[in-house]
Design a protein around this ligand. Structure first.
Ligand SMILES: [Zn+2]
Length: 180
């Protein structure tokens, strides 16, 4: 969720102004609500950070070791199918803006998935105990899979190249080699 960007047209209708006032700012209700519900469920996580160093986009909730990123998408800015409304004034600008946000969301999800992350997107209107349970279920599943997935550094370690293998042969092979 973000503030109205610099350079965006001034909202020129009472309705748009009202919507801007209702649009939560960074670190207001929905994200904070979800974070506190997850903490109450005993989970620990990072907040408002980029899950990947190469990705210049922040997630609202990040389980680094488990590689789970949670995004709370604002109904207005991300074009929620239920509450997403398209302002009549500056319609083209707003439509373009919201479409770009959506394309960016999809791209972020794609990149994280490609890096082995689990991406959970929650609509602002969907922040309620149900979404906490859903995230909790993913965390539990991901923890259980942890050793199999080789969570952490080990997963990314490349297999040793043959030329780096020890020069000394195993004892059994050495014995089998006829003397020169
Ligand atoms: Zn919504």
């Amino acid at each position: 969720m973000r503030r109205r960007p610099i350079g965006s047209p001034e909202p020129d209708s009472a309705l748009t102004t009202r919507r801007m006032q209702l649009t939560p700012r960074r670190h207001t209700t929905p994200e904070l609500q979800l974070q506190s519900m997850l903490r109450a469920a005993g989970l620990r996580f990072a907040t408002d950070i980029s899950p990947l160093r190469t990705l210049r986009r922040k997630a609202d909730i990040v389980f680094r070791k488990l590689e789970i990123a949670v995004f709370v998408d604002g109904c207005f800015w991300h074009g929620c199918p239920v509450h997403g409304t398209w302002p009549a004034h500056n319609a083209a600008w707003w439509r373009g803006k919201i479409e770009r946000n959506r394309a960016r969301d999809a791209d972020t999800t794609r990149r994280l998935k490609a890096a082995g992350w689990l991406v959970i997107r929650v609509w602002e209107h969907g922040v309620r105990p149900n979404s906490t349970r859903r995230i909790l279920a993913h965390v539990i599943r991901r923890r259980a899979q942890g050793s199999a997935r080789g969570v952490g550094r080990a997963k990314r370690r490349t297999p040793p190249r043959p030329e780096l293998a020890p020069k000394i042969w195993p004892r059994s092979r050495r014995r089998a080699t006829p003397p020169a």
